[in-house]
Design a protein around this ligand. Structure first.
Ligand code: UTP
Length: 290
């Protein structure tokens, strides 16, 4: 039961980034010099995923073009002898046939977006990656999760502790400790007010799900914010099958949020030897004014 398919819901409106996202998918915004979706796609391939399923809405053209060959750019780089750049843009294009696009014709929510991929996923466990959640780590989070899945053979979500006053931004767990980095989910609730949250353990955008989830997503029940929520379907799935929470290793940035996006840019740029010294000098200068 190897995880071979990964669903990337990229059909949200990205309203928090208007005007940047008026005509372009939020997932195409770059952190340093790479669109955030590319980080997630690379993470999936590193975890052994063989098929990428994009659920798109708008901004589809830029996304499709990004993962396709550009003969014009390749020709120019070749002509100018820029071999490193040429290699880079050739390597980012996955093998023909490994990316499938489907469309969510109305942004009815994350749960609905995943449901749109049901016939492509079929009857096998699959991964879901939300590119907004960018994680800085030595071992990509999906690889960490696939390893856990090999043993646990059940649905799971990546989880982390959040500030108590931030629970209304996440799916929050009521869970029982199983081992070091694993909890068993007893219940979950989407975006609870801090005083109603059962804990401060939040789900972030990496999941491995069994295909049974489609039965519940298909019911089309609206939840928090009037959207068809994945959390609600997982909550129903809990009655039939166990779901685990995995406390991943790494630092997560919320790139769907403007401040989180800037933090990600800074953190990832500081990892680059060609930028690090310049940035540190700049930060020190800025600090004088704080
Ligand atoms: P968000 O909750 O961040 O919503 O979606 P959003 O529309 O992208 O952004 P804001 O809040 O308006 O700024 C989480 C993930 O679910 C996808 C988004 O593309 C993102 O990857 N999504 C959300 C869909 O694919 N379809 C939807 O209907 C809603």
């Amino acid at each position: 039961m190897k995880i071979k398919k990964a669903v990337f819901p990229v059909a949200g409106l990205g309203t928090r980034f208007i005007p940047a996202t008026k005509a372009m998918a939020k997932e195409m915004l770059p952190v340093v010099d790479k669109p955030i979706i590319q980080y997630a796609v690379e993470e999936a391939f590193e975890a052994g995923i063989e098929q990428i399923i994009f659920v798109t809405g708008r901004g589809k053209k830029a996304l499709e073009d990004h993962f396709d060959r550009s003969f014009e750019i390749e020709h120019t780089l070749q002509h100018k002898g820029k071999d490193d750049l040429l290699k880079q843009i050739q390597e980012l294009v996955p093998k023909t046939g490994t990316i499938i696009y489907t469309r969510q014709n109305q942004p009815l929510g994350l749960g609905h977006a995943i449901w749109c991929a049901r016939d492509i996923v079929g009857d096998e466990p699959f991964a879901v990656l939300l590119a907004d959640d960018l994680i800085q780590t030595d071992t990509p989070v999906l690889s960490q999760m696939v390893k856990k899945f090999d043993r646990l053979r059940a649905s799971m979500a990546a989880v982390m502790e959040v500030e108590k006053d931030q629970t209304d931004k996440y799916g929050i767990l009521d869970a029982t400790h199983v081992e070091d980095d694993i909890v068993r989910i007893d219940d979950m609730i989407e975006k609870p007010d801090p005083d109603e949250a059962p804990s401060n353990l939040a789900i972030i955008g990496r999941y491995i799900l069994t295909p049974k989830i489609f039965d519940f997503l298909g019911k089309g029940k609206k939840g928090a914010g009037g959207e068809i929520q994945l959390t609600d379907a997982m909550r129903t799935l809990l009655k039939d099958q166990p779901i685990f929470g995995y406390k991943f290793k790494g630092k997560r940035f919320d790139c769907g949020d403007k401040a989180g996006f800037q933090m990600a840019n800074l953190a990832f740029a500081l990892e680059r030897p060609d930028m690090r010294d310049k940035l540190i000098k700049f930060i020190k200068e800025l600090q004088k004014d704080f």
